[in-house]
Write a protein that binds this ligand. Structure first.
Ligand code: GH3
Ligand code: MG
Ligand code: MG
Ligand code: MG
Ligand code: MG
Length: 325
């Protein structure tokens, strides 16, 4: 569990993770301490084109879960050698139900569909699974058609749940979802000793846009701005809408200096855009931003946000349309 993992590896995992909604491939994490079961599942599921992560060593469960963020979790009930979520009590033997319960109590995994696989078919065991928060329960030996149908159904369910994590006007993550993602990346950045910067962006004098061109036009600008944000950052960056015309970007592996460069590039793009109002008049929009950096400006999301927000305020005072760090 302590083994250091190459930063590039982590970055690749994050990158995949955050782009799930744009990815055709669904990611399935399958945990079973019996490698033979994993092999069978692989044979059934691989031809379907799923991205499979097979884990027969429950010791690595929490690490793998956090790094891959699967679309579906398939869990064995009886697992041997699974540690608690913080990895402290090494002798604690958790079974699949225990894992399921811990996952369900963590808001970060609220939307993750969980499917149990067990040789135990008695109703008491099945009931225990659902009480632990499972979404479905399948019996061993595995019946292929049954498995494939259930997997597909649970993936659809997960996709629908995730829709609620997006801001409908701008298409970026909503506040809750982006807070969870950033918190997770912050934990990772601390563990991997990687830089992390947080930017708070606020559109300049947006009230005027509404007042002059109408609220509907304001909405269109916000929608465009959301798209520009999504396009401007790497797959592994977290973009969230935190307020009316306020957005947050969390950048893993990026120093404050590089963060400024990225946001500046985006501001330069926005400066060139001409919006056309209904009466045909053209107008432009800018934003101001403040950026903070892990450790130096704060060690958790709250302090980093406060620091970036204070800097944003300075940018507004100094005349807006600028980025300060
Ligand atoms: P500043 O440069 O100081 O940030 O000025 P501002 O006008 O942008 O700031 P202020 O906080 O005074 O106003 C924010 C405006 O953003 C007010 C509100 O009408 C508008 N706004 C917030 N959410 C939405 C939205 O979803 N749609 C539209 N059209 N406007 C919104
Ligand atoms: Mg087992
Ligand atoms: Mg304001
Ligand atoms: Mg504003
Ligand atoms: Mg504002």
């Amino acid at each position: 569990l302590q083994k250091p993992i190459a930063p590039s590896q982590v970055l690749a995992a994050i990158s995949q993770t955050l782009q799930q909604s744009h990815q055709a491939l669904s990611k399935l994490l399958i945990v079973d301490d019996d490698p033979q079961i994993l092999k069978i599942l692989q044979n059934f599921l691989e031809p379907e084109g799923y991205d499979l992560i097979l884990l027969d060593n429950p010791l690595r469960f929490w690490e793998i879960l956090e790094q891959t963020v699967p679309d579906l979790l398939i869990l064995d009930v009886e697992l041997h050698g699974c540690p608690t979520s913080n990895g402290t009590s090494q002798n604690a033997e958790l079974n699949g139900f225990d894992l399921c319960q811990i996952i369900r109590n963590d808001p970060q995994w609220h939307n993750l569909p969980i499917l149990f696989l067990s040789a135990h078919t008695d109703s008491e065991t099945v009931l225990q699974g659902f009480e632990a928060g499972a979404d479905d329960f399948l019996h061993k030996p595995i019946v292929p058609t049954n498995l494939l149908i259930r997997v597909r159904k649970r993936l659809e369910q997960g996709k629908m749940r995730r829709q609620t994590e997006l801001d409908s006007l701008t298409g970026v993550s909503n506040r809750g979802k982006s807070m969870q993602d950033i918190t997770r990346l912050l934990r990772l950045a601390v563990r991997q000793q990687q830089p992390f910067s947080l930017a708070v962006l606020d559109l300049d004098q947006f009230k005027l846009v509404n007042d002059r061109y109408g609220h509907e036009m304001g909405d269109r600008v916000l929608n465009y701005f959301g798209q520009l944000l999504s396009q401007s950052f790497r797959r592994e960056d977290v973009v969230g809408r935190w307020g009316g015309e306020e957005f947050v970007v969390g950048m893993y592996g990026i120093s404050k200096e590089n963060g400024v460069k990225r946001i500046t590039k985006m501001l330069n793009t926005l400066r060139k855009i001409k919006f056309t109002a209904r009466d045909g008049s053209e107008f432009q929009v800018t934003f101001s931003a403040g950026i903070s950096q892990l450790i130096e400006d704060g060690e958790d999301l709250q302090t980093l946000y406060r620091s970036a927000d204070r800097t944003l305020y300075q940018a507004k005072i100094q005349g807006r349309n600028r980025i300060l760090a």
